[in-house]
Ligand binder design. Structure first.
Ligand code: GDP
Ligand code: MG
Length: 447
């Protein structure tokens, strides 16, 4: 029940609570040297408490812990030279098993689905997910078409239209008078199946509670659209209710995968771990925010690493890579710095990126670095483009104006400019002042 829950840590993010509990346990075990029976008993008890606190279903907790304990004993951990490491590895392997279902990853390429049906309760995040999914599919080289099959509310259609625009993907306009979701889908699919690489992403209506009228409507849509994938969008914030509704949709419509929306909003998120066990279908994606780019493919291994505080280096590398790839050559002036910072922010809040690092090398105060970047952007945004291109014209009065505009002390502006000047000096080959017309970014220089 909602009232009984411990309040999540501020700025709750994916499984933060669970991961900090596990980290604590492993750190303590590392300090123990030799492991004895009492450590195992105590450790298993702590894992149980952490999982239950994170809202993982009791039966799932039971299965998981039994498997972990069996292997701990089989391996005779008392005799191991690195018992904490082995314990973490065993927990990791069992967590992966818990999070895995079905076979193979979700294919985004031409061999992937031609129609995806999104189902779920009202407010779960279907419409937002449709747009986010459109983005991911487009990046995979497909041309998505978002289909508004939620005809009960005109506002729903407009929401999807706006999001499609923001995401830069296609939208099927059913016209003002369209009231029959089945007819909308039929028309949209005739349109969509015509082109190669097309994929229809069908957004449907929800209800506050599971009801039979909704299920009948979804069945009718499914029979016409014949979707390759039926994704159940679960609101991770609703806890165990999400497990129950997942089961209901699974029985009535048949689902092939799960999208966990709002995993950013709830540090516990444990219900998510139970959905796989309840439905036997894989989690395909998870939502981490309201923006159109806040959806990530779900990988059991990576998520298990995150949950156990081991970090997600693979995911981090991919995020940074995609941010850098998208980068055109920047001039080495403040305009370039600003663009770099904005792109980095586009890769996700710094905080979230840093969380993908293993606990050991993660900066202890995540918010500091994020604040720094925000401060720098505020300063840069308070300059004119000319000032950013030719920082040398920033005299005392201009600096004062920038400080006022960005809400930081003048010293901070001065310090920022000094740092930039120093960076430019140590990278002379990149300074447009020294090499006229030299406009490229670090790494491709001619030094
Ligand atoms: P629908 O009724 O299932 O279509 O739900 P919506 O897509 O309209 O989403 C309901 C609300 O949840 C909207 O305000 C969304 O912006 C928000 N939302 C959806 N997914 C996420 C997510 O992953 N994280 C956060 N923080 N908000 C989300
Ligand atoms: Mg909706």
């Amino acid at each position: 029940m909602i009232q009984a829950r411990a309040s999540p840590p501020p700025g709750g993010t994916v499984f933060q609570l669970l991961s900090s509990r596990f980290q604590e346990l492993f750190r303590r075990l590392r300090g123990e040297g030799r492991i004895q029976e009492r450590h195992i008993v105590q450790g298993m008890r702590e894992m149980r408490r952490a999982l239950l606190e994170a809202d993982v279903h009791i039966r799932v907790v039971q299965t998981f812990l039994e498997a972990v304990e069996r292997r701990l004993r089989e391996e005779r951990l008392e005799a191991s030279w690195n018992p904490a490491g082995r314990w973490a590895a065993i927990a990791q392997a069992e967590m992966v098993r818990l999070l895995s279902a079905g076979e193979g990853p979700f294919r985004l390429d031409a061999g992937g689905p031609a129609a995806i049906l999104l189902v779920g309760l009202q407010g779960a995040g279907k419409t937002a997910t449709a747009a986010k999914l459109g983005r991911i599919l487009r990046r995979g080289g497909r041309s998505p078409l978002l289909v508004p099959a939620d005809t009960r509310r005109p506002a729903a259609r407009e929401q999807l239209r706006r999001l499609a625009e923001r995401a830069g993907v296609g939208f099927h306009d059913p016209g003002e008078g369209a009231v029959d979701p089945v007819a909308v889908c039929r028309a949209a699919l005739a349109d969509s199946r015509a082109g190669s690489g097309r994929v229809a992403v069908i957004d449907t209506a929800g209800r506050l509670h599971v009801d039979s009228a909704l299920m009948e409507e979804l069945q009718a849509i499914r029979d016409v659209a014949r979707p390759d994938e039926v994704l159940f969008v679960a609101d991770a914030m609703t806890g165990q209710d999400a497990v129950n509704s997942a089961r209901a949709f699974c029985e009535a419509v048949g689902i092939t995968g799960v999208v966990l929306a709002k995993l950013d909003g709830d540090a516990r998120g444990g219900a998510a771990l139970s959905i796989v066990a309840a439905t036997g279908v894989p989690i395909r994606f998870f939502g981490t925010g309201e923006g159109v780019d806040d959806l990530e493919p779900f990988h059991p291994e990576r998520m298990a690493s995150r949950i156990l505080g081991q970090g997600d280096l693979q995911g981090l590398a991919e995020k940074v890579e995609s941010a850098v790839e998208a980068a055109p050559a920047d001039p080495f002036d403040l305009e370039g710095v600003r663009r770099q910072l904005q792109r980095l922010r586009g890769a996700g809040p710094l905080q979230r990126l840093l969380e993908m690092l293993p606990a050991g090398i993660r900066p202890p105060d995540l918010s500091v670095s994020g604040d720094r970047a925000r401060e720098a952007l505020a300063i840069l945004d308070s300059m004119t483009e000319t000032e950013r291109r030719r920082p040398e014209i920033l005299n005392g009065s201009r600096r004062l104006r920038v400080a006022r505009g960005s809400g930081v002390p003048i010293q901070t502006v001065n310090q920022f400019l000094r740092q930039f000047a120093r960076a430019r000096r140590v990278l002379p080959g990149l300074s447009p002042g020294k090499l006229p017309g030299f406009r490229t970014r670090a790494g491709r220089g001619t030094r």
